[in-house]
Each structure stands twice: as structure tokens, then as C-alpha cells.
Design a protein around this ligand. Structure first.
Ligand SMILES: [Zn+2]
Length: 120
């Protein structure tokens, strides 16, 4: 002979509607969802205390990580600016001076000869 279904759980929560949880593996069971949630939260709090983790320490860690991320993004942005600056130098048309230098240095006869051979 089976008992009629309880109207309240042992902690006094009404056993109606969404507050009744039946595990898929055991559909005949009727568990109090409020108690399950409270039990899980208490377990999570204990686990956090065991690891000396608090919401405050997690928030502090998150803030520090975000700050690192912002700093890394600034470095990336600086490198991007430097890269495009260097690219604009590399892609800029060459300036050929026409200074005459006996030693054939930069802008001298030898360089102009080299430039002509490249152009040819
Ligand atoms: Zn309950």
C-alpha cells in the first residue's frame, strides 16, 4: 500500500508544480526543487571555502586578467602602427639624389649605375 503524495517537503516547501522534480532515471520520485537548489548552493559554498576561493577573490582575479588583456591589446596596437609605418617606408618610391660623389657612394656614380641596371 502506497502513501498519498506529500503536499510539502520535510522543510515545508509546497510540493506542487515546478517545485516538484522527478529525476529522469527515477520518474516516480518527487523531490523538492527548492531543497535541491539550496543543497547545491551550500555544497558550492563549502567547495569554495575549501579552496579559499571567494567571489571577491574571483572578481579580483578577473579584473587583473582584464587589465593584462588591455595592456596586451595596447602592445598589439602599437606593433600594428609600427608595422604599417614600416610598410609605408618600404613601399614608398625611392628617392634618388643626383649629388655627384667621386667615391661612388650613396647618390654617386656607382649607385646610379646600379639603379640603371635594376631598371633595365
Ligand atoms: Zn524543500
Amino acid at each position: 500500500m502506497s502513501r498519498p503524495p506529500a503536499t510539502h517537503c520535510k522543510r515545508g516547501h509546497p510540493m506542487v508544480g515546478d517545485n516538484v522534480y522527478s529525476p529522469p532515471s527515477n520518474p516516480d520520485r518527487r523531490n523538492c526543487r527548492t531543497c535541491i537548489v539550496a543543497r547545491n548552493e551550500a555544497r558550492d559554498r563549502r567547495a569554495c571555502l575549501d579552496h579559499h576561493v571567494t567571489i571577491a577573490s574571483l572578481r579580483a582575479e578577473l579584473a587583473a586578467t582584464r587589465q593584462q588583456l588591455r595592456a596586451q591589446r595596447r602592445v598589439i596596437a602599437d606593433l600594428e602602427r609600427e608595422r604599417s609605418r614600416l610598410a609605408s617606408i618600404v613601399n614608398a618610391p625611392r628617392v634618388v639624389t643626383h649629388r655627384r660623389r667621386a667615391d661612388g657612394g650613396i647618390g654617386g656614380k656607382r649607385e646610379r649605375r646600379e639603379m640603371r641596371s635594376i631598371a633595365a
